[in-house]
Design a protein around this ligand. Structure first.
Ligand code: KIV
Length: 264
């Protein structure tokens, strides 16, 4: 079981699709590790597991807590950790927070939302030896400011800006790019314009890889379903059926039967 490195991901570009999924704890990271090339400790955790309606609100400390658990469960996948909202308001603060995440979690890269406006931060991180994944297109950390999660790059001007962001982030030293919520043609154009691997979520089928939030993909998160989410499992109903069976058996005294009891 060889650990996946950034060189492996570069070698996969144009040859083999890269599979990425989120995880927030060791239990699920361990389950995903044999199948996914990359695992993301995303700040989507604030929505899928903390029950909030946005990704804003997590601290660096909380991201580190979850990422350490994921690193414990995942031995093979390339691990990326999200830098939470508000953690990069200056270059100095960004370096401090990102290096802390990198050192304490053992992740392979930190992921930062933002385009050309953060190229100075990306350059400083890269020069200090920190792996960086850029995140452009729909940026969930801006959902409050922008009034929701909106597909980006539908008009020519914004599409040009997103393509320019991709190129500037690559030049600044980003080793990977996450493309979220953009038209498929733009996803393809960016992927063909940069040498670094692109991972898409709602960015069409031509990106170098795909990522999904696991609780979306496996049907546990029921608040809403973005167009790009395919549910590979009816997770929430499986759990409802299981808890119903458990509750019924406790109430009818069917459980615990003798096989689950200790003898003297
Ligand atoms: O936080 C997250 O899970 C993300 C998704 C877009 C994959 O960044």
């Amino acid at each position: 079981m060889k650990k996946i490195t950034i060189s492996d991901l570069f070698a996969m570009k144009n040859k083999q699709k890269i599979v990425m999924i989120t995880a927030y704890d060791a239990l699920f990271a361990k389950l995903f590790d044999d199948y996914a090339d990359m695992i993301l400790v995303g700040d989507s955790l604030n929505m899928s597991f903390n029950g909030k309606n946005e990704t804003i609100g997590l601290s660096v400390k909380e991201m580190i807590y979850h990422a350490k658990a994921v690193r414990t469960g995942s031995k093979r996948a390339f691990l990326v950790v999200d830098v939470p909202f508000g953690a990069i308001y200056s270059k100095k603060v960004a370096l401090k927070n990102c290096i802390e995440i990198y050192k304490k979690t053992g992740c392979d890269a930190v992921k930062i939302e933002g385009g050309s406006e953060i190229k100075g931060i990306v350059k400083a991180l890269s020069q200090n030896g920190v792996g960086v994944m850029g995140h452009i297109g729909l940026k969930p950390q801006l959902s409050r400011k922008e009034g929701g999660f909106k597909v980006a790059g539908r008009d020519e001007e914004t599409a040009k800006k997103i393509l320019a962001d991709a190129i500037e982030l690559e030049l600044a030293g980003a080793g990977l790019l996450l493309l979220e919520g953009i038209p498929s043609e733009l996803g393809k154009k960016i992927t063909n314009s940069v040498k670094i691997p692109t991972i898409g979520i709602g960015a069409g089928s031509d990106t170098d890889g795909q990522v999904l939030v696991w609780s979306d993909a496996f049907g546990f998160f029921e608040e809403f379903k973005p167009k790009f989410v395919k549910r590979f499992l009816d997770g929430a109903n499986l759990i409802r059926n299981a808890i119903q069976d458990y509750a019924d058996e406790v109430r009818t005294k069917k459980f615990p039967s003798s096989e689950y009891e200790y003898t003297k």
